[in-house]
Design a binder for this molecule. Structure first.
Ligand SMILES: [Ca+2]
Ligand SMILES: [Ca+2]
Ligand SMILES: [Zn+2]
Ligand SMILES: [Zn+2]
Length: 447
């Protein structure tokens, strides 16, 4: 599947005429392929599968780094692209070579049966084919991440993988797809442009969540003031993401394995998270199946036994009389001190002060959260719900969609709208960016 050859030149400073010429060639190639793609609309330059196999080929090891280091750096480089796109990458050391999507190797001069010669130290560092292989010039002084000297193999690999996935050069400071290599940068992140470029080819990241929540904690400033801080978290299967509301994307390096960040809770996803936060009570709970766990924020692990003497996990029906697990999701509403539990098409409002169900509950979800536009409603089986402190609003998430619950300010402005009405749905992928899975084999990769 070698569509077009990509002569990839990376130089520091002045460029030779040959380099400039080859760059023009590249620009032409890219323009041509773009044109074809626009004509066909068939994703010509993009892989059609979502899980791609790669291998560092045995006859192509670098003489400069240990094989383990080379493989680690490539795993990391592939993972960085999967963190910002729907693609997942898995190292495949067993399948026949022709079944491997992306083969990587080092060589000098004439190398690996390639029809392009490498040029010795300097100039060209590597080259790659759209939807194909990557070769690295082993005459370059490649080093591991944060080595401080030499040429970062990680940066070069991330750049070349970008080409393999279909990206042209991006002429913008901060982009990993800039044509020239910038040395002496400690660490780097995927730039906003790189994220948008890869998502233009492969779309945004989609998937259901087990739960989503704002994790609130009170912190004392050096002046003794108590300030409220919060972070937004998304959980899916064995992974979680911290969402940076300010940057409108996930934290660089996420997802993280659930067990690495949350100790003592079920490791293959939870149904719901609730933070009860009233004058009398400040408690954090995770729910799964018929049980729930109380989380000790101070010691960052689930309680085995809480200060009130309760042992965990406990039955939901014991801790919240009238509510029976499993539940779909839940959230705590500070405004009326109620926990709203969702189960199929029913809503159970649990009054924390009265320690029991609010009068008249359970009720049908359409009665408690009526649609603002008739017919635009999740109907039940919600995946996740949470009160967002950033948006000062409750969100209900289901599949690829979400519904925002009308707040008091919306109703003050438009009093004809129903109380707790659900605004028409929107797509999750258009509101929260870069919540992308990585392949399970890359989840526990440490940086
Ligand atoms: Ca070279
Ligand atoms: Ca859930
Ligand atoms: Zn390039
Ligand atoms: Zn080559």
């Amino acid at each position: 599947s070698q569509l077009s050859k990509m002569v990839d030149i990376r130089v520091n400073g002045r460029q030779s005429e040959a380099v400039r010429r080859r760059k023009r060639q590249l620009a032409t190639l890219v323009a041509k392929s773009r044109h074809r793609r626009d004509l066909s609309e068939s994703g010509y330059m993009a892989f059609s599968k979502r899980v791609l196999k790669w291998r560092l080929i045995g006859e192509g090891y670098s003489s400069q780094l240990s094989v383990e280091d080379q493989r680690y750096i490539f795993r990391l480089a592939f993972r960085m692209w999967s963190e910002v796109s729907p693609l997942e990458f898995v190292e495949d050391r067993r399948s026949p070579l022709e079944d491997v999507d992306i083969r990587l190797g080092f060589g000098t001069g004439r190398h690996l049966g390639c029809n392009q010669r490498f040029d010795g130290t300097g100039q060209e560092f590597a080259h790659a084919w759209f939807l194909g292989d990557i070769h690295f010039d082993d005459d370059e002084h490649f080093t591991g991440p944060n080595a401080g000297s030499g040429i970062s193999l990680l940066k070069v690999a991330v750049h070349e993988i970008g080409h393999v996935l279909g990206l042209p050069h991006i002429y913008r400071a901060g982009s990993i797809m800039q044509p020239s290599y910038l040395p002496q940068e400690s660490g780097f992140e995927m730039d906003w442009m790189d994220r948008k470029a890869i998502q233009q080819l492969y779309g945004g990241c989609k998937g259901r969540f087990n739960t989503a929540f704002d994790w609130i904690r009170k912190e004392k400033t050096p002046y003794g003031e108590v300030v409220i801080r919060f972070n937004t978290y998304f959980m899916r299967d064995g992974s979680y993401w911290l969402y940076e509301n300010r940057n409108n994307r996930t934290r660089f390096g996420d997802p993280v394995a659930l067990q690495a960040g949350w100790r003592g809770i079920p490791m293959n996803g939870v149904d719901a998270y609730v933070h009860v936060w009233s004058r009398k009570k400040d408690a954090v709970y995770f729910f799964k199946g018929a049980q729930f766990w109380r989380y000790d924020n101070e010691n960052d692990r689930a309680f085995r036994q809480d200060p009130e003497g309760h042992r965990y996990p406990r039955l939901i029906s014991e801790g919240f009389p009238g509510v029976f697990g499993p539940i779909d999701t839940a959230f705590y509403d500070r405004r009326d001190s109620r926990i709203y539990f969702f189960k199929n098409t029913l809503v159970y409002a649990f009054d924390v002060e009265a320690d029991g169900l609010a009068r008249g509950f359970p009720k049908n979800i359409r009665e408690v959260f009526p649609p603002v536009v008739s017919g635009d409603h999740p109907d039940g089986n919600i995946d996740a719900s949470y009160f967002s402190y950033t948006h000062n609003a409750v969100f209900l998430l289901k599949g690829a969609r979400f519904w925002q619950v009308l707040g008091s300010r919306d109703r003050w402005r438009r009093p004809f709208l129903p109380r707790n009405g659900l605004l028409p749905h929107k797509e999750v992928v258009e509101h929260w960016f870069d919540i992308c899975n990585v392949h399970p084999t890359a989840l526990k990769l440490s940086r």
